[in-house]
Write a protein that binds this ligand. Structure first.
Ligand code: NAD
Ligand code: ZN
Length: 251
């Protein structure tokens, strides 16, 4: 059975700009737990209690231990059909943008270009004093525990936007622009509990984009979407691709 009606398929095929907005759910099928789903707890800590500046100031060892554990999971994970479908779409058309809340690096590993990682990247660290950035693996900082700056020897922190912290303004401005100009916005695997990504999706819809949500649960964005697909993104996205581009393989 077809997922999308003819009029939506036409809009997607003729769109000058398409935006994919992704959250932790898209990486769930790669074995990376979402924060609020099963496996989201670590040693009984909730993410909200560890991913904050105050948690890091209180116990940087604990926070690094948590990130070292999560980074290990991300390193061993592989992009799934959902990531690969978006990457194919981007290879096909330059006007397809990808904005992710994920920090796991699976979108770039799937081959996605012009990616906006709104919340940072788990493979990167930043100096708490001089702000220099490092790649945890390429710069040989992957020994578990505290990590120090190679320039000024101060403590490094994960290069992640923690709860309550400011977003990178340049990335945010670019994201608003993409969303305002889009005719189609896909909202995939995000609970929309974090206000900035939810506002980005709403902005796209308010400016005339059709919203397509893929999520096994309803969210507070569902009502404003034109289509909601209750299912796994690794299964639904390839089906949508096949309807939009019949007979074209996902590369
Ligand atoms: P979330 O944990 O709040 O929500 C995940 C959503 O994904 C839920 O609504 C769930 O129903 C849905 N989902 C689960 N499996 C799915 C599947 N197979 N296909 C489609 N949807 C599926 O995650 P969030 O909204 O991204 O926000 C939480 C924050 O957690 C973000 O800031 C993000 O940076 C961070 N986070 C990132 C990762 C990652 O990088 N992979 C993992 C966990 C948390
Ligand atoms: Zn430094």
């Amino acid at each position: 059975m077809d997922l999308l009606p003819k009029d939506s398929l036409e809009i997607i095929r003729n769109a000058d700009r398409i935006v994919f907005l992704t959250g932790a759910g898209i990486s769930n099928e790669s074995g990376i737990p979402t924060f609020r789903g099963e496996g989201g707890l670590w040693k009984n800590f909730r993410a909200e209690d560890l991913a904050t500046t105050s948690a890091f100031q209180k116990d940087p060892n604990l926070v690094w231990e948590w990130y070292d554990w999560r980074r290990g999971i991300c390193q061993n994970a592989k992009p799934n059909a959902g990531h690969l479908t978006i990457a194919s779409w981007q290879k096909k058309s330059k006007s397809v943008s990808l904005i992710t809340q994920n920090v796991d690096g699976l979108h770039p590993r799937a081959g996605s270009h012009s990616l906006i990682e709104l919340h940072g990247n788990i493979f990167k660290a930043r100096c708490t004093k001089c702000s220099e950035k490092f790649h945890i693996i390429d710069d040989g900082l992957d020994k578990p525990g505290l990590k120090y700056c190679k320039l000024c020897e101060s403590l490094l922190r994960p290069d992640i936007v923690w709860f309550g912290e400011e977003y990178n303004q340049t990335l945010l401005t670019k994201s608003w622009e993409y969303c305002k100009q889009s005719q189609v916005v896909f909202v995939i695997g995000t609970s929309a509990n974090v206000s900035v990504p939810a506002n980005l999706a709403q902005t796209a819809v308010r400016n005339g984009a059709i919203g397509i949500e893929i999520n096994p649960e309803e969210t507070n964005l569902t009502a404003s979407m034109k289509h909601h697909f209750d299912g796994k993104s690794g299964e639904i996205l390839p089906k949508i691709w096949n309807e939009v581009f019949p007979n074209e393989p996902i590369k």
